[in-house]
Design a protein around this ligand. Structure first.
Ligand SMILES: [Zn+2]
Length: 269
């Protein structure tokens, strides 16, 4: 081991000593989400190391009167870290704060239309990810995530964070060596156009229609489906599924099939 690797290992060890995880809470949360129930013991161990480092490096703050409990911190960290289980925490570099509201929060927006008129308004949101800034979450929505409905606001916002690693979110995060930009673009563009056509035709899709907002939202929503209900995404958009397996470097569908994941138990947090 060279001195740099040795220093990094020593630093990581020091961080891990400062953050412990309650074993009962950990087991309950591992049973809570479809994508953690299928993890092997070795993968759970790797996930826990990431979760502890995440909790060391990031500050999770309550807003709007929300008290941040150990269960809330752990639930958010687990869901954030499942995305980077095989990418590493460095993918969340450049920002430190997660802000959690008890419920939907209201943000102000302003835009200038094509006639130069400035419009202002407010919008209720369940989550938000700022470039170089915090991830903001509604706890009511985060706590409701992780069921069988392929909805997960935490995964959604952290997918935006990954997308922002190479600039404005556009559904095109930095790809790994060996991945093809053409193949990625082809898979996502075709699927996006097809999905928008289905909505225009009045179809009631199993995938959240919010995915049609923009290519950035399509990537974030499909990342939710990839982890929450991989069989659904694999059936509907196999080429996108294949690209996400290459990007996230994990295959939740194959993992769930191998582990024969049981249905979701009642909510524990
Ligand atoms: Zn979004």
């Amino acid at each position: 081991m060279n001195w740099w690797a040795a220093w990094r290992a020593w630093r990581q060890e020091r961080k891990l000593k400062r953050v412990s995880v309650d074993a009962t809470l950990w087991s309950a949360l591992m049973a809570r989400y479809p994508y953690t129930r299928s993890l092997s013991a070795a993968d759970r161990e790797r996930l826990q190391v990431l979760v502890r480092l995440f909790l060391h490096d990031k500050a999770i703050h309550g807003a709007g009167g929300l008290e941040v409990s150990a269960a809330l911190r752990l639930a958010i960290a687990i869901q954030a870290c499942i995305l980077v289980l095989d990418l590493g925490l460095d993918s969340y570099r450049g920002w430190v704060e997660v802000i959690v509201y008890p419920d939907e929060f209201v943000t102000r927006y302003e835009y200038v239309d094509e006639d130069g008129v400035v419009h202002q308004g407010t919008e209720a949101k369940s989550g938000e990810a700022w470039a170089g800034g915090p991830v903001v979450l509604s706890w009511a929505d985060a706590a409701a995530s992780g069921g069988a409905d392929a909805y997960n606001v935490v995964i959604h916002e952290f997918a935006h964070k990954l997308d922002m690693l190479n600039g404005e979110p556009n559904g095109f995060p930095p790809l790994h060596v060996g991945m093809s930009r053409e193949r990625w673009a082809h898979a996502f563009e075709q699927a996006y156009a097809h999905f928008c056509d289905r909505l225009d035709a009045g179809e009631d899709t199993a995938i959240d229609e919010y995915a049609a907002e923009s290519p950035a939202e399509f990537f974030a929503v499909l990342s939710e489906v990839f982890f929450e209900d991989p069989a659904l995404l694999r059936d509907e958009y196999p080429a996108v599924y294949e690209q996400l397996v290459a990007y996230y470097r994990q295959d939740p569908g194959a993992r769930a099939a191998a582990a024969r994941v049981p249905p979701t138990p009642a909510c524990v947090v």
